[in-house]
Ligand binder design. Structure first.
Ligand code: 5GP
Length: 140
C-alpha cells in the first residue's frame, strides 16, 4: 500500500493535530491513544513513512522497540500495572485503521482487552496519564 501523508499520525508528526505526548526522540514519538482499550494505552510511531511492518526500515523498527522498552517500564511505575499487551495491526483486513505504522502498548490482560476504537477518552484524563508516564521517563 502506498503511504498517504494525510493520515492522522502524519498530521500529528507534523504538529498539525495535537496529541498527549509521553516521549519523543529523533526517530520515534509516543503518545496516548485517543480511544484507549485500557487506561494508559500508549501508541508509538516512527518518524518515517511506513504503512505497516513490512515497510518499516530496520533502524526505525529498532528505534520503536527501544522506545517501547522505555514506555513499558514507565507505564508499570507510573500506573502500578504489571501486564501490558503489545499489539500491532497490519492491513485493513486485520483491522488497521490508521495507515502509518504504530505499536500499541495497552496495560491490561489479553482477556480484558476492550473493543478497538470504541470510546473516546476524556482529554483531561489523557493529559494526566501522559504527565504521569512522562514524569517517570524524565526522572530516569
Ligand atoms: P489501528 O487499528 O490502526 O491499529 O489503531 C489506530 C489507533 O489509533 C486506535 O487505537 C485509535 O483509537 C487511535 N487513534 C485514531 N485517531 C487518533 C487520533 O487522532 N489521536 C490519537 N492519539 N489516537 C488516535
Amino acid at each position: 500500500m502506498t503511504y498517504d501523508n494525510t493520515n492522522i499520525f502524519a498530521k500529528i508528526l507534523r504538529g498539525e493535530i495535537s496529541c498527549h505526548k509521553v516521549y519523543e526522540d529523533d526517530k520515534t514519538l509516543a503518545f496516548m491513544d485517543i480511544m484507549p482499550q485500557a487506561m494508559g494505552h500508549v501508541l508509538i510511531i516512527p518518524k518515517c513513512q511506513a504503512v505497516e511492518l513490512s515497510d518499516l526500515p530496520c533502524e526505525y523498527a529498532c528505534a520503536v522497540f527501544k522506545t517501547a522498552q522505555k514506555i513499558i517500564t514507565a507505564q508499570r511505575k507510573a500506573l502500578g500495572v504489571d501486564g501490558i499487551v503489545q499489539v500491532q495491526i497490519n492491513h485493513a483486513k486485520a483491522g488497521q485503521s490508521v495507515f502509518h505504522y504504530h505499536m500499541h502498548l495497552i496495560p491490561t490482560h489479553i482477556h480484558e482487552l476492550s473493543k478497538h476504537e470504541s470510546i473516546m477518552a476524556d482529554q483531561d484524563e489523557l493529559a494526566e496519564l501522559a504527565n504521569k508516564i512522562r514524569t517517570v521517563i524524565d526522572d530516569e
